[in-house]
Write a protein that binds this ligand. Sequence first.
Ligand code: ADP
Ligand code: ZN
Length: 523
Amino acid sequence: MLHVDQALKQYFGYDSFRPGQQEIVEAVLEQQDMLVLMPTGGGKSLTYQLPALLLPGLTIVVSPLIALMQDQVSRLQENGIEATFVNSSLPYEEAARRERAAMTGQIKLLYVAPERLLKPSFLAFLEHINNTIGLSLLAVDEAHCVSEWGHDFRPEYRQIGSVRNRFPDMPILALTATATERVREDILTQLQLRQPRVHLASFNRPNLSYEVRKKHKGSYDELVQVLRDKAGESVIIYCLSRSGVEKLSADLEEDGIVNLPYHAGLSPKIRSEHQNRFIRDDVPVLVATIAFGMGIAKPDVRAVIHYDLPKNLEGYYQESGRAGRDGQPADCILFFSYSDRVRTQYFIAQKESEQQQAIALQQLQQVLKYSESSQCRRRVLLSYFSEEFPDANCGNCDNCVQTAQVEERSEDARLFLSGVHQTRERFGLYHIVDVLRGANTQKIRDFRHNLLPIYGHGKQFSREEWVSLGQNLLQQGFLSERRDNYSTFRLNANSLKLLDGEVQFYQKVTPKAASRGAAATPV
Ligand code: ADP
Ligand code: ZN
């Protein structure tokens, strides 16, 4: 057998392995079951492609997306490697022809969609291979798809484990860029890996800078500014909904920012046209839902901006990770608003199964932990992947760069807590702010809250400032929140301590608020 170094050079033209690749390749050659957790772009594909070429039989690669499959296979074929795929996009005859080619040993790597793998006819084909040239390896790409705790659960993936029972001698290599503890365990059990070796690479992307910005009325202008600063460079903006994409895309267009929309509501033809124009640098900005991106390798994206709250931190890591694949500096900016948070909570409450609700809630908590944190963002993000970032200050996220300036705002906080108390702990953030500011809303009239002692006592601060203060109280644990269909604030033990003057409340000064002066002078 060729030495792995020589094979690397001969088949792929690379001079050396990327970190981890050689160990993985060698373990796979020894028939070891393995789980490989490596961030996107780390070079996972090679870890099954190279063994596939060195082992005598056929390697089966399970991959969830037809587009990904086609892309990989054509790249292999360009390198003169005997690879092909079978999936539902092929006419029956063509699929049968490819399977026959595999039977005669003309194919080393066969890519399949998971639903195909379990079809009786395909299992019979595998049986035949197993009895003749042999099954070298089952590589399961995007293995997190087996887990409901992952960001891309696919029920068909669940059944891959049964292939293990049919062909107990075929080693399994599971690969993913998702490394949370829970997903990891799911993969090991669902795929029935045997005494697996687990390879966990670092998920840190040092060239990416992380930043969270408050989303408010002025955010659109901030966004436009960011795009103008990056004029001519590639930027992806993610929105939650199709309509959000359409609106933002049109607004930007109007403001002279050349861009294209991308979402699942557009026809496949338009979608691929927009994607290609973005990849070819025809158009610098793509406004997209998360339908865009899996398997897209554009190295020079200089910023990924989330204009809405991501659904989970996993997704955020993957989506923001599409920036700076070339290793050059790139920005990941997330716009975060309290109302996005409330909206997400509302959607979660609508979910049917309790299990789904629990998963979604936990995922939201993680996103909040990242967005509301005053700690290093990189540290929070990596801790989600059970990775401890060694330095206290990463020097490349907003929290590390702007060493936090704080001001004491205990008096204002007490006013807010009084607002919660006087409205009998039955209302949410915005209503309390309205009461404090002496607004004349229907709701205030209905509940006669204009008669409360506190009414209008907080006129000196803008609505936004109060909202931010209320959020901070909640985030720092000086308030509790009760969620039904909407959220209401409750006082807790910490609120009482603050009200009694036993503890003080400090709020981080945002650059804009800082100009107001640390003494919190009424404006
Ligand atoms: P992943 O599947 O982990 O996202 P890929 O397998 O697609 O990553 O590899 C990412 C890129 O790195 C590809 O362009 C691939 O050709 C390249 N690559 C992989 N291994 C090596 C290597 N040893 N030397 C140089 N380039 C490599
Ligand atoms: Zn940091």
